[in-house]
Unconditional design. Sequence first.
Length: 161
Amino acid sequence: MSAKKATQKSAKSTTAINKKSKGFTDEERAAMKERAQELKAAGRRGPRAAKADGESDVFAKIAEMPETDRAMAERLHAIVKASAPALSPRTWYGMPAYAKDGKVVCFFQSAQKFKTRYATFGFSDRANLDEGALWPVAFALKELTAADEARIGALVKKAVS
């Protein structure tokens, strides 16, 4: 290789190193690491232990949340358990989620998780919420009113029907 080509190659490598990555945020990387840990833990547990441990994992994650998100998460947990007792609580990317046959149907994401201005309650593609060609799958939450709780309960029931 000539001296000129060696110089060009090293300059190109240095430029690539100095560029800031436009990839995942720190919060996204942390969520992916939590998901990897969840998968490893699930592989070590038996099916019965997974259900009991799943609920304790959910309560532990809820306890780590700031007060406003914690109150919402606790209330949503009660709504999901009352509306669809067949769903199993578990964590999913470090957040409370509820699964049917091992597949997540709905989940809560605190505002603090990704530093957003609102919490989110969402449904996966496993939820039976299809209505025509367009339907909502996630809801922004700033607070929970009685009407919101009733709507969420009805959606959870429909999602597992």
